[in-house]
Design a protein around this ligand. Structure first.
Ligand SMILES: NC(=O)C1=CN([C@@H]2O[C@H](COP(=O)(O)OP(=O)(O)OC[C@H]3O[C@@H](n4cnc5c(N)ncnc54)[C@H](O)[C@@H]3O)[C@@H](O)[C@H]2O)C=CC1
Ligand SMILES: O=C([O-])CC(=O)C(=O)O
Length: 289
């Protein structure tokens, strides 16, 4: 019996609940939002699929769930330049929602931006083990990286670490064959495209939905099925990649217990400089939490 909570029933949260039900990932889904009529409408819409998954909207049940996805809060608009600009507003939302997670002993997946700082917040505020706190965003950034590589004729693995934001770090050294030899000018060009990737979606349809929800449901599947795969996730670090007491995207082995292992890959010079900048930026952000 797997119970999944989804906190925040907006664009991303509701699509995660829908996909999780379609994929049969949980026996029960607890959906929560602070707008009761909207929450009820989302619940009814899910029930009208006829899918067997139980749907509850009782927030008091969240703390006893196996996995919780935090997707409540304010999304970016074209006027909000960076995800970090959402820190103050969404820390307040995280603080409000933390009351329902007191005593939670499952795996928490943080989606709300700025995701790295919010992941750090929950670990600290709830006294969770770092293994329990997975920040989501690296898979989505990696899928975008893969697209930009493909457009230039490079196939193969794509892996993005660092911040889920301006300071994301695409690992060219981990791409297959020719991808590793991409020159610095092209690397910077691809990085700049990645930094801007979500904005046409946000301005065109109000927010990114399919991309994040698809990858979040895949992450849920890896946790629930204890697949122990290496995925790019934000983790509260303890010296790995030169960072301590702060959350940042790193390669991590993921399974039913959450973060099983952090993998420390050797980076090339360009990647090392970028990860140093990401660390400095995230350290500043986490110190505000
Ligand atoms: N990490 C990632 O890769 C991604 C992160 N995001 C982030 O996820 C968050 C949610 O995005 P969307 O679903 O597009 O936004 P949305 O506005 O569609 O949904 C957010 C929901 O949170 C609810 N909410 C707000 N305050 C609340 C509170 N105090 N308690 C309970 N519910 C509350 C709202 O009523 C709303 O239904 C944003 O911060 C966005 O930037 C979005 C896409 C990808
Ligand atoms: O860009 C945003 O604000 C939403 C997000 O995190 C993404 O789609 O990567």
């Amino acid at each position: 019996m797997t119970v999944l909570s989804v906190i925040g029933a907006g664009k991303v949260g509701s699509e995660v609940a829908f996909l999780s039900a379609v994929r049969g990932l949980a026996d029960e889904i607890i959906l929560y939002d602070n707008i009761p009529d909207f929450l009820n409408a989302q619940k009814l819409d899910l029930l009208h699929t006829g899918i067997k998954t139980e749907i509850s909207t009782d927030p008091e049940k969240i703390k006893d769930s196996d996995i919780a996805v935090f997707a409540a809060g304010i999304p970016r608009t074209p006027a909000i330049k960076t995800r970090a600009d959402l820190l103050e507003a969404n820390l307040a939302v995280a603080g409000e929602c933390a009351q329902y997670l007191k005593g939670f002993s499952g795996i928490l997946i943080t989606v709300t931006n700025p995701m790295d700082a919010n992941n750090y917040f929950f670990k600290k505020a709830l006294g969770l083990k770092r293994e329990q706190c997975i920040g989501f965003g690296g898979q989505l950034d990696s899928a975008r990286f893969s697209l930009y590589l493909k457009e230039r004729g490079f196939a193969g693995d794509a892996f993005v670490i660092g911040e889920h934001g301006e300071h994301q770090v695409p690992l060219f050294s981990k791409t297959d064959g020719a991808g590793r030899k991409i020159d610095v000018i092209t690397r910077e060009e691809i990085l700049s495209e990645m930094q801007r990737a979500s904005m046409p979606v946000i301005s065109g349809k109000g927010g990114t939905v399919f991309g994040p929800a698809y990858h979040i449901s895949s992450l849920l599947d890896v946790v629930i099925s204890d697949r122990r795969e290496i995925m790019p996730c934000s983790v509260v670090l303890d010296g790995e990649y030169g960072l301590k007491d702060c959350s940042m995207g790193v390669p991590a082995r993921i399974g039913r217990e959450g973060i099983i292992e952090i993998i420390e890959w050797e980076l090339d010079e360009w990647e090392y400089e970028k990860i140093k900048m990401a660390s400095e930026h995230l350290n500043c952000l986490c110190r505000k939490v």
